[in-house]
Design a protein around this ligand. Structure first.
Ligand code: FAD
Length: 421
């Protein structure tokens, strides 16, 4: 086999898509990942499954700082900060709040997210087809369900950002909504339908398929953790792992929420934290949705998946090592019951699966993608926060271009690690 040897660190959505992209081009890929590609250890396993070109609205918006006391006070609210971890999180939090301090800043962030997301559905369809799992990417459209039209209008800035990003939607009055989604609570009297959205029916299986397609093209899986890099004269010699060296011409850091120390090892200090999130999956639900539905007031989607109804969401800021707070999964279950009154109150615990994972979140709402400042042979590709499943396909294309030193598919400047000085 010819081509360069490229070590891809991490086999979540970003790493698996990058490994497959490089392997298809004939490069010698080593996937360094201690777990199973697509396994439960990765955020890519447990997300809400949405591939949404509309996910351009950053979490930090003007006025968001007013909500911080509430985040600290309510341990079970949609966004919470665990007090004990506040001192460690403070620098990230300050940057996060600053990123949303003006409309001009969030417009810039939305434009950079749009670049990564506008063709996400087509790119994932192409990747899934090439990996032999075309059926896992479903062009379902997305619904955003509101109590009433006033609740939709209260989100004017978010919908303006989407409109400016080229996102189109159709307004659905109550009657049409309930015709489309008969199981949904009648308390939702207004919705918007985004026909361009898609979802992945089984994200774990999708990531596993991308990784296994890379392996079938000659990539190797080293089941270990990367710990650093051997760089001589500015050139990469090897990736260091818990079980020895992996010689490589290039490396891509796709270790999600765990990437901070690896990035620092090649000269970049980045404000990366875990935004912990949860999901529940109700197997064989008595009531479900036909189209993925975002419950606007809870900021949590209901998604029909291969394994049942998935409700994913919640943002919990704490340390990456902190124990899960499973009461948050109960909040999601209560939300499912509120939205789908046909679900029984006494679901047997064996039919409800729970999961907690780590969104890799950079304080300013954009990922870090680009050559490392200490060694251009190492490419960063992490920090996609709430949109990493959707953005993984474009990120893989960009990371591959940067690793191979050719004209990048998009301008990488907005994602450069150097923006943090
Ligand atoms: C509740 C929830 C809902 C979400 N909903 C959506 C959604 O609907 N749509 C969307 O687009 N995004 C969503 N996201 C975000 C999305 O899941 C993430 O942004 C994305 O999965 C990140 O992918 P990744 O490959 O960067 O990281 P991960 O999927 O976390 O993968 C990183 C991998 O790196 C490995 N690793 C870590 N350290 C090392 C090391 N030192 N050496 C080697 N390997 C290492 C890990 O084992 C892991 O397998 C959601 C996230 C959560 C938590």
């Amino acid at each position: 086999m010819t081509g360069l040897s490229v070590a891809v660190i991490g086999a979540g959505a970003v790493g698996a898509a990058t490994a497959f992209t490089l392997a298809r081009e004939g490069h010698r890929v080593t996937l360094i990942e201690p777990g199973e590609p697509g396994g439960e250890q990765a955020a890519s396993f447990g997300n809400a499954c949405w591939i949404s070109p509309a996910s351009v609205v950053p979490m930090s918006l003007p006025g968001v700082w007013r909500k911080v006391p509430g985040w600290l006070a309510d341990p079970l609210g949609p966004l919470t900060i665990r007090w004990r971890h506040l001192p460690g999180l403070a620098p990230w939090l300050v940057r996060f709040l600053r990123a949303g301090s003006s409309e001009a800043k969030v417009e810039r962030t939305a434009r950079a997210l749009r670049t990564l997301l506008h063709d996400a559905v087509e790119r994932h369809e192409a990747l899934a087809a090439a990996a032999g799992v075309a059926e896992l990417v479903v062009r379902s459209g997305h619904l955003y369900a509101f109590r009433d039209r006033a609740a939709f209008e209260a989100e004017a800035l978010a919908w303006r950002l989407r409109r400016e990003a080229g996102v189109r939607w159709i307004e659905l009055p109550a009657e049409e909504l309930h015709q489309r989604e008969p199981a949904l609570t009648r308390d939702c009297r207004f919705a918007v339908l985004l026909e361009d959205g898609a979802h992945v029916a089984d994200p774990g299986a999708y990531i596993a398929a991308l990784a296994s397609a890379a392996l079938s093209l000659g990539a190797i899986h080293r089941r270990t953790r990367a710990t650093g890099f051997d760089v001589k004269g500015g050139r990469l010699q090897a990736v260091l792992t818990a079980e020895g060296r992996v010689a490589a011409d290039r490396a891509v850091i796709a270790a999600g929420a765990h990437a901070r120390h690896l990035a620092a090892a090649v000269g970049d200090r980045v404000p990366l934290e875990s935004e912990r999130g949860y999901h529940i999956v109700i197997e064989a639900p008595e009531a479900s949705v036909r189209t993925p539905v975002m419950v606007a007031d809870a900021k949590a989607p209901l998604t029909p998946t291969a394994h049942g109804l998935r409700v994913a969401g919640q943002v919990e800021l704490a340390s990456i090592e902190a124990e899960p707070d499973w009461r948050r999964a109960e909040v999601l279950l209560a939300l499912a019951r509120r939205m789908l009154p046909g679900l029984p109150a006494d679901l047997p615990p064996g039919r409800v699966r729970r999961w907690m994972g780590h969104r890799p979140s950079i304080a300013d709402g954009l990922p870090v993608i680009g050559p490392a400042s200490g060694c251009a042979d190492v490419v960063h590709a992490f920090g996609h926060g709430h949109v990493g499943l959707a953005a993984s396909a474009k990120t893989a294309a960009l990371a591959a271009d940067l690793a191979l030193g050719r004209q990048p598919v998009i301008d990488p400047a907005p994602y450069a690690a150097s923006r943090f000085g």
